[in-house]
Design a binder for this molecule. Structure first.
Ligand code: WQD
Length: 336
């Protein structure tokens, strides 16, 4: 059994990836300091998989504690999710983001420096592209200066990984996610947003559940077919599976370079109004919404060119937007 460390494994994408890996018989260890998750996520994982993975309560940005733990380990692979991810908060408190996201990565890289055969998957983001010049977005799109400290941590982390992977002959893959949504179809794990959700789908499900008021549609004057902004919404279970196939590519030495990068999206753009309609159709609920002004920092349109992931990873998203919204709604109802 291959031993895989999943940092941030109790978080939203991490927990779904843990489930996929346990299902395929990997021996999973989770590191998570519960900074944006809860211990009860382990119960959800256990009830889906029939086993409870090992969980280490550790802040990976703490060098001495991380070294103490990692020095005795022998992992075949590491999937590194542990990071802060709130764009707005990163603007207000950039050092919190640079300290956490960069130190955590550096501590994991120190382990890789002495365990060169350990496969490494990094959780990156389409946010590195900003407003892309060409759509759909290919991996070789120009990376522009980041719009937020959060986005900058993803760009810097990718550079650290690329340069170190080449210099120390490591094997790494960075996955640039588009907009992850949905929940496990069992309804047992999903996203746990703290406070008022900033992201579209958690706001929609909480609004439909009566926890929030009407949804603000941020802008209907964009140069898109219906005037609302376009994103590539990918089901979190499809995304979790992408981590599994990327990991297996490295474990079987199929990678063609030390540091590969893949877009992980569906390849289809949906507008905010499309998502509202799809939610109503998928769930039979009706949503209250109003058109509000544009949100600062939002881009017009982003969706992935997924050809590279299809060709090299043999991975393609399978679930529809409606599947994701149905699953997000089931999860929301289970939370109440
Ligand atoms: C989607 C669309 C909003 C809320 C997020 C992360 C980003 C990156 C990608 C990780 C936009 C509109 C939203 C609402 C709305 N992920 N909207 N009303 O902005 O694409 O970015 O995913 O790295 O860092 O922040 O996602 O879900 O916030 O917004 O109209 O109440 O929905 O304006 O067009 P976004 P989102």
């Amino acid at each position: 059994m291959k031993k895989i460390l999943i940092s941030g494994g109790l978080g939203y994408i991490g927990s779904h990836t843990v489930v996929e890996l346990i299902d395929r018989n990997y021996d999973v260890t989770i590191i998570d300091d519960l900074s944006n998750s809860e211990e009860k996520v382990l119960d959800g994982i256990e009830s889906i998989c029939g086993q409870r993975p090992e969980w280490i309560d550790l802040d990976l940005s703490d060098k001495s504690k991380s070294d103490d733990y990692l020095k005795n380990q022998n992992f075949d692979g590491i999937i590194h999710f542990a990071a802060f991810k709130a764009v707005g908060e990163s603007v207000e408190n950039p050092l919190k983001y640079y300290r956490n996201n960069l130190f955590s990565l550096l501590n994991v890289m120190s382990y890789l420096e002495t365990h060169k055969n350990c496969a490494f998957i990094f959780s990156s983001s389409c946010t590195v592209y900003g407003e892309a010049i060409k759509l759909p977005i290919k991996e070789n799109e120009i990376i522009k200066p980041a719009e937020s400290p959060y986005g900058n941590t993803k760009q810097i982390c990718e550079e650290i990984i690329r340069e170190s992977s080449v210099a120390y002959n490591l094997k790494s893959i960075a996955l640039r996610y588009f907009n992850p949504i949905g929940a496990h179809p069992s309804g047992k794990i999903g996203e746990l947003p703290i406070g008022v959700p900033q992201n579209l789908v958690p706001f929609i499900t909480q609004s439909a559940a009566g926890i929030r008021g009407e949804l603000n549609v941020y802008g209907n004057d964009y140069p898109t077919a219906d005037g609302s902004a376009i994103r590539d919404y990918i089901h979190v279970v499809d995304l979790a599976e992408a981590h599994l196939v990327a990991l297996e590519r490295l474990l079987t030495d199929k990678n063609e370079s030390n540091a590969e990068v893949y877009n992980i999206g569906t390849g289809t753009g949906s507008s905010v109004l499309d998502v509202i309609k799809a939610f109503e159709k998928a769930t039979g609920e009706s949503l209250q919404y109003k058109i509000a002004g544009r949100r600062k920092g939002d881009i017009i349109s982003a969706y992935a060119d997924t050809n590279l992931a299809e060709q090299k990873l043999g991975w393609k998203s399978k679930k529809t937007l409606e599947d994701a919204l149905k699953d997000a709604w089931r999860w929301q109802k289970n939370l109440m």
